[in-house]
Design a protein. Structure first.
Length: 218
């Protein structure tokens, strides 16, 4: 004979709606877990140590510098392989550079706000190098200044010891700018009031891109 088992209404409700509730609960738990994991990841990224960000920026800067050096090396190699003997554009003051060119015209840079003053027995010189290229194309090179009062010559930047009587163009103050670059120099051996400042600027390949003599009465 068939047997029948009586189920109370609470058990019947659990068997009917329980699986659906368990499935819904599983979905809610899984969604909450994913949201929590994403929140933790965002918090970790937002609290990333500054040193890590700084290292990333340094890596980007080094990569850019490496690309620039590769371009310079390629240009220098071509220049040396095709250089023809020609007279130095800087006279005997600077050591000759193979294939050196005078690129002062057309003008790519200018010097503004040139000033010289005496303080504590020293002459202080300040000026700004202004980039005049179209679209502010980056210019990099080396700046030299030779000051004289007719009796004494003094050079900026100062080099403690030099292996040559002539100045090597790459021993100047290194710079790179897309807009302007401020310079400051000091001279301690000049005594007379009338001083001549001979400013010569080379690009990275040793070509002359600026030269001018400034006379100042101090």
């Amino acid at each position: 004979m068939p047997r029948y088992r009586r189920i109370d209404k609470y058990s019947f409700s659990f068997l009917t709606y329980g699986p659906a509730l368990l499935t819904l609960l599983s979905i809610v738990v899984a969604t909450s877990a994913i949201y929590y994991a994403n929140t933790i990841e965002r918090q970790i990224r937002s609290s990333e140590p500054e040193i890590i960000q700084e290292l990333r920026n340094q890596n980007i800067s080094l990569a850019s510098r490496a690309d620039e050096l590769n371009i310079i090396n390629d240009k220098l190699t071509k220049k040396l392989s095709s250089a023809a003997p020609e007279d130095s554009v800087t006279g005997n003051l600077f050591a000759p550079v193979p294939g050196q060119k005078d690129l002062t015209s057309p003008v790519s840079i200018d010097v503004q706000d040139f000033s010289a003053s005496k303080k504590d027995g020293k002459i202080l010189v300040k000026f700004n190098v202004i980039n005049l290229t179209e679209e502010n194309k980056k210019i990099a090179g080396y700046a030299h200044m030779i000051a004289t009062d007719g009796n004494v010559f003094e050079r900026y930047p100062k080099i403690e010891s030099e292996s040559s009587l002539q100045i090597i163009y790459s021993t100047g103050e290194s710079f790179a700018t897309s807009r302007f670059r401020p310079f400051s120099a000091s001279f301690s051996s000049i005594n007379n009031s009338d001083v001549f400042f001979n400013l010569i600027i080379f690009n990275r390949l040793g070509d002359i891109i600026y030269k001018k003599i400034f006379k100042q009465s101090l």
